[in-house]
Write a protein of this length. Structure first.
Length: 107
């Protein structure tokens, strides 16, 4: 992955957290992924083993205004979903499921 990534890469995720909170979405497991890969553009193309390789862009604000989709999909799957970017030149959204301690009601 030659997209300016390195093992010690760390980007601030606060703008993404605040920006998507307005859509009703709470960041959880996505924080670790986005701190490492957020903002990169991975332009891979060509044949693959079971499907073609497609470009993707980790950036949750690419899904700004689509919070209702992630909330609805989360309700259907029983998971808390948070957008992490786009796939296939913007044809599809990418999301991570997971929960944080803040998503769990106190006992």
């Amino acid at each position: 992955m030659a997209a300016e990534w390195r093992a010690d890469r760390h980007v601030d995720v606060d703008d993404w957290r605040v920006g998507l909170a307005e859509d009703g979405l709470r960041m959880h497991a996505a924080e670790v992924f986005l701190a490492s890969f957020g903002g990169l553009k991975i332009d891979v193309r060509g044949s693959g083993v079971s499907c073609a390789r497609e470009p993707f862009e980790p950036g949750p604000l690419l899904a700004a205004g689509e919070g209702d989709r992630f909330i609805d999909w989360g309700a259907v799957t029983g998971k808390s979903l948070f957008p992490v970017g786009e796939f296939g030149d913007g044809r599809l959204f990418l999301a991570i499921s997971g929960i944080s301690p803040d998503d769990v009601a106190p006992a």
